[in-house]
Ligand binder design. Sequence first.
Ligand SMILES: Cc1cc2nc3c(=O)[nH]c(=O)nc-3n(C[C@H](O)[C@H](O)[C@H](O)COP(=O)(O)OP(=O)(O)OC[C@H]3O[C@@H](n4cnc5c(N)ncnc54)[C@H](O)[C@@H]3O)c2cc1C
Length: 228
Amino acid sequence: MISRFAKSFLLTVFALFIVTTLALLHPPSRAYIDPWTGEFFGEGGVEKDVHTPRPPPIGGVSGSVIMPKLENATAKAELGRATWKLLHTMTLRYPETPTQDERNALASYFRLSARLYPCGECAAEFQMLLKKFPPQVGIYFSTAPPIFTCTQTSSRKSAAGWLCFLHNQVNERLHKPEFDCANLDATYDCGCGDAPVSTKTRVADPMDLERDTSKDDVTGAGLIKGGR
Ligand SMILES: Cc1cc2nc3c(=O)[nH]c(=O)nc-3n(C[C@H](O)[C@H](O)[C@H](O)COP(=O)(O)OP(=O)(O)OC[C@H]3O[C@@H](n4cnc5c(N)ncnc54)[C@H](O)[C@@H]3O)c2cc1C
């Protein structure tokens, strides 16, 4: 026989056990953010991700050459001419005063090009050249002369001059004549006389009643009904 005291003690313990179990199993009644993990718990305990997904960091910028050797000399020369045209035109249209993001983009572009250039042996040489004369994206200390400088990607003039110098390094290795970098503008029709390229997209004014809604605002292409 158990005493009345023991009976009520056991009953209390049992009741506490039931209450604790229910509290642990029952979902939170309100949405809250866990202060420790930052995780979001919605109604009914359904976990939601409140963190906006971050784009993966740009990978593959550094690494060894990807393409094999390009044996065909004619293809190699044609590829070279076309590539130089693209690269020089790009630096000649590069912003006069680029943002840090634009500077990073240019540097990444060159590093990726040096990995993916379709002529493997040319790419290997290009990588070595970039190692020696890297596309600097920030301020660095130059020993000759001993000053802090920020070149290569810091302006259109710097980028174009740097690439001209790199091309001349390749010319020298291939026993080609040196190009006078003062003639860049005269040699490349970069379309630099065009109206300045705006980096911002024009926002159409919905209150502009004279706006032609049958055409795309950006491209001017005709739109079919319901296409807007
Ligand atoms: C990154 C890279 C690496 C290469 N590596 C090799 C290699 O290892 N081996 C190989 O055989 N080929 C290589 N090539 C190809 C080579 O550089 C030439 O493109 C190719 O031999 C054709 O030469 P080209 O005489 O027609 O003139 P290119 O050198 O192609 O030049 C085209 C035009 O650009 C102008 N130009 C010349 N020099 C400059 C300069 N410094 N700045 C601005 N404009 C200039 C001239 O008007 C010239 O006619 C490489 C090309 C590139 C882009």
